[in-house]
Every structure is written in structure tokens, then in C-alpha cells.
Design a protein around this ligand. Structure first.
Ligand code: KIV
Length: 258
């Protein structure tokens, strides 16, 4: 059954995972509440160093794939860097996402400074998920990935951001890379569900990037990631076995030929 916002709002805990294609989306769909087609695909799928050069067409392509695979989960499509730099551009691109995919919502990074944009989108019948705290699209301008909420100024800014995003009409809020006590305070101060990533234990839900949690991305493991599978190693040994079988004439076998 398709998971609507009404359904999600009644749940005490929410689970979100990223997916970029129909195959994995179909597997995750049976298990999680929300699938995020994150612009992290630019790194883990395309192999780029950051999310900055992800494009709207790339996001639409992958969201269509995910929507083809997932029939039940609530689906969120990330708006990539530069696609919402003015509120008019944001509306144009969010409408394109809604028209060309079956995404339930779009997600964009930013707090107080993006409130007008979020309002314009929600006024035009587009559901928006906010994203505050560590915002990967700011990694270049901020000189890296920096945990937020470490001092009073940062704590205040995050609380203001969360309120502004909620008041603008966002349906949910992703909180990334924020000290646990601050993420907890934010969660207690808003009436929309919060989804944490590196934000501790007290957000309404959690999100992880699939290739991190399943051990396919091996370059590094952020502290907040729990690896539930050694995916890369499992694939490697299966492919090795296939190559060995071909090399020693065991594949194809008798029941694998016409
Ligand atoms: O792009 C992404 O995968 C995200 C998550 C890290 C929340 O925005």
C-alpha cells in the first residue's frame, strides 16, 4: 500500500534510505517508509568527489527509475545544486520533477534563507522536504563537511532554520551532521517529522545512503554510518567465482546451454 504523508505522520519512527535505480528501489520498497533519490548519487553512482555538478536531468532520470521499482514507499527527489538558486527557478525545476517523475516530494538544502522558496513550492502544490545542518551542497564554499550545533550561535541558527522551514510549509525535515542534543531540541520544537543522518538518536527517523550502509562505498566510513553488509566483498567473491568457473570450463554447464 502506498505510504502517504498521513500514514507517515502517525508513525513513531521513520526509516529512509537512498536509492538510485529500480532494482534496489524494489528491494527497499518492501521494507522502508521513504526512499530518497539523493544527489549523493553523484558521488556513489557517478563517482564524482562531491554533489555539486549533479543536474536536474540526472535527478529526474534516477527518480523515474526508483519510481518504476518502488510502489509503496514515499519517494523524495533531491533538487541538485544550482536548481533552486532563485525561487522562480526552484518552482520551474520542481514542476519539472513533478511532471516527469512520480516523486511525492522534492528536497532542498537551506533554512531561513530558503523559506520563501519552500513557501512558493508548497503554495503551488509541491511537497517539500527541508534539509538543514551539514548541507553537502555547501561543502565547497565551506571548505569541507562540518558538523553543526557545536556552539550557541550555531544552535540558535539551527533552531531558527528548522522553524522557518516548518512555517514555510515543509512536510518533513532532514537534519544532517548535527550534535545530538541540538537535533533533539529541534525535533522537540517542530511539529513535522525530522529525519536524522549523523544527528543522533532522538530524531523522528533515520536516513542512510544505501551504498554506505551496505558496504559498497569503501573509500571511507563516516562515524555515523553502520555497515550492515560487506557488499563490495560479497560481490567481489561472486565475480571471482564466475571468472574462475569460466577459466576452468565449469561455466556454462550442461543445464545452462540451448
Ligand atoms: O543526497 C543524499 O543522499 C542526502 C542524504 C545524505 C540525506 O541528502
Amino acid at each position: 500500500m502506498k505510504k502517504t504523508l498521513n500514514f507517515l505522520y502517525k508513525k513513531e519512527k521513520l526509516t529512509m534510505i537512498t536509492a538510485y535505480d529500480a532494482l534496489f528501489a524494489k528491494i527497499f520498497d518492501e521494507i522502508v517508509d521513504i526512499i530518497l533519490v539523493g544527489d549523493s548519487l553523484n558521488m556513489s553512482f557517478l563517482g564524482e568527489k562531491d554533489t555539486i555538478n549533479a543536474t536536474i536531468d540526472q535527478m529526474i532520470y534516477h527518480t523515474r527509475a526508483v519510481c518504476n521499482g518502488a510502489k509503496n514507499a514515499y519517494i523524495v527527489c533531491d533538487m541538485p545544486f544550482g536548481s533552486y538558486s532563485t525561487k522562480e527557478l526552484a518552482l520551474e525545476n520542481a514542476i519539472k520533477i513533478y511532471k516527469e517523475t512520480k516523486a511525492d516530494a522534492v528536497k532542498l538544502e537551506g533554512g531561513v534563507e530558503k523559506a520563501d522558496t519552500i513557501k512558493l513550492l508548497t503554495d503551488n502544490a509541491i511537497a517539500v522536504v527541508g534539509h538543514i545542518g551539514l548541507m553537502p551542497q555547501f561543502s565547497r564554499s565551506e571548505g569541507g563537511y562540518k558538523v553543526k550545533g557545536k556552539d550557541e550561535i550555531s544552535r540558535q541558527k539551527l533552531l531558527e532554520d528548522a522553524k522557518a522551514v516548518e512555517e514555510a510549509g515543509a512536510v518533513m525535515l532532514v537534519i544532517e551532521g548535527v550534535k545530538e542534543d541540538v537535533a533533539r531540541e529541534i525535533t522537540e520544537s517542530v511539529n513535522i517529522p525530522t529525519i536524522g543522518i549523523g544527528a543522533g538518536r532522538y530524531t523522528t527517523g533515520q536516513v542512510l545512503v544505501w551504498s554506505d550502509m551496505l558496504g559498497f562505498f569503501e573509500e571511507f566510513k563516516p562515524k555515523f554510518v553502520r555497515r550492515y553488509l560487506n557488499g563490495a566483498e560479497i560481490i567481489r567473491s561472486a565475480v571471482r567465482k564466475y571468472v574462475d568457473d569460466v577459466n576452468c570450463g565449469k561455466f556454462p554447464g550442461e543445464d545452462e546451454i540451448y
